[in-house]
Design a protein around this ligand. Structure first.
Ligand code: MN
Length: 231
């Protein structure tokens, strides 16, 4: 395959920098877990005890590696922030047991699951897919990935988001309803996980609206800070 066999130039595959390394993590797919912190499930009007995990996907054009400026998206009046820890998968696996799941983790990052909440709410009420609410250009800013060997115990630690220096979201990774090994095990029953897959692991309570000019700082203990400004 040469360049002049393409009808138009192929976009580069999305590459996420790896912290402290000159290599990049080439992304395959972006999975996201819904309602994985009890307080956030409640703020969205759901009973966290009864809901099994569920997933949605974002297309690769959503990724904004390294954060930075993000355009306020089209066709929404209610752009919401959801700060999340992201798991980067480093080796293939299907029907992975929770006991062996961590062997498939390449590293971790901090991500924003930006949401067109009004479009998501409309989809929910009409029992339609969430794609328009969740998957759109620049809807998933993400930091560099920290490799597992450079991380501490990521089953606990503070996760937070500040907007214009005010803390909007604050939680702890140990409040996840489904922890990282359980998420990987569950997802690998439905998909052949591949090296390059990313999994956004859900957001703690405190989601809310964003406006143009807002400056966001997302933090997870032990990972790179995510800095985003809405333009
Ligand atoms: Mn989310």
């Amino acid at each position: 395959m040469t360049a002049n066999q393409l009808a138009f130039p192929a976009g580069a595959r999305k590459l996420i920098p790896i912290s402290g390394d000159r290599k990049y993590f080439p992304v395959n797919r972006v999975f996201c877990v819904g309602r994985n912190y009890a307080k956030h499930a409640r703020e969205m009007g759901n009973d966290p005890d009864r809901d099994p995990p569920f997933f949605f996907l974002k297309t690769l054009d959503a990724l904004v590696p390294g954060g930075g400026p993000v355009r306020y998206p089209r066709m929404t009046k209610e752009l919401h922030h959801e700060i999340e820890m992201v798991v980067a998968i480093g080796s293939p696996g299907a029907d992975v047991s929770p006991e062996l799941a961590m062997q498939h983790v390449f590293g971790y990052a901090v991500g924003l699951d930006l949401t067109r909440r009004d479009l998501q709410a409309e989809a929910k009420s009409l029992k339609r897919p969430w794609d328009f609410g969740k998957s759109f250009e620049q809807g998933a800013p993400i930091t560099a990935i920290t490799e597992v060997n450079d991380c501490g115990d990521m089953s606990k630690g503070e996760i937070s988001l500040s907007v214009n220096d005010k803390v909007r979201q604050l939680g702890n990774l140990n409040e996840m309803i489904w922890d990282v090994p359980e998420i990987i095990a569950y997802l690998s029953r439905f998909y052949y996980l591949e090296a390059g897959d990313l999994i956004f692991t859900g957001t703690p309570a405190g989601v809310g609206p964003l406006n143009c000019g807002d400056q966001l700082i997302g933090r997870v203990d032990g990972l790179c800070d995510l800095s985003v400004n809405i333009i």
